[in-house]
Design a protein around this ligand. Sequence first.
Ligand SMILES: NCc1[nH]cc(CCC(=O)O)c1CC(=O)O
Length: 310
Amino acid sequence: MSTPSTSSLDSLKIVIATRESRLALWQAEHVQALLQQRGHTVTLLGMTTRGDQILDRSLSKVGGKGLFVKELEIALEEGRADIAVHSLKDVPMDLPEGFALACVLEREDPSDAFVSNRYATLADVPQGGVVGTSSLRRTVLLRALRPDLQIAPLRGNLDTRLRKLDEGQFDAIVLATAGLLRLGLPERIRSRFASSRMLPAAGQGALGIEIRADRTDLVAALAPLAHTATWQAVAAERAVSRSMGGSCSMPLAAYATWQGDQLHIDAAWGDAEQPAPLVTASAQAAITDLASATALGEQVAAQLRAGGAR
Ligand SMILES: NCc1[nH]cc(CCC(=O)O)c1CC(=O)O
């Protein structure tokens, strides 16, 4: 399984199901290039998902980010595609029966970016300024940093959100650094939040490849794309979310980093309904596999609950 396939006998024809936003296409093309370098023939199957069509309401109210994943799974189910590439942040904690995460790729910068046409940092936004985000996590973390700010809803793909910023309705918006880098928009990043101030979402910056669980024929082709250090870190982060109730649209942050062979994880939960201090927790342990990473995440989730997180 860990032996890279070099023989042309092992080369496969692989179809990637992808959403059609610029970011999704970049991610699918990235995986396409990695697989082509290893001799596989790879094509893309583009599709619009329900999540892409919902621009007016908060996703958490209409069924969550799973909406971005469902149509792609139907294509895998029907055999129209072999793999789906996801931002791990958008992947539900438990995949539906019959699907599996085949691998997790090396993480891009997991931080959140401060994006503004007016100010260089969050500290420069004047009292009562308007910051756009529809993420419950970013909302509670922003409130903790700057209780005076107005948080205004901001939905849509990255290009849509940047256009809304440019139309002048917001003093600033908060976006994932990874998405802006992948779209070739580093100049949009006025500053990156330190993780100690704006703790990333579970899986932020990492890509995962989903397959039908019975597609063991794909395992050898995908194995060389896996990045074990990232996979174990995001397994710990995702275990926090799963253990807290499984939804990926909770006011919850979880971020794990390596310190030698030790995995250190920080998590934070905020009350989205009423102003209250954040509940935070952290833990660290020597990690050797996905199971011990998951156990570390569950330990942190238990600490959050003991601290009052729901
Ligand atoms: N919520 C949407 C989303 N899903 C993945 C990314 C890009 C970053 C990543 O891959 O984690 C973004 C944009 C954002 O949060 O600003």
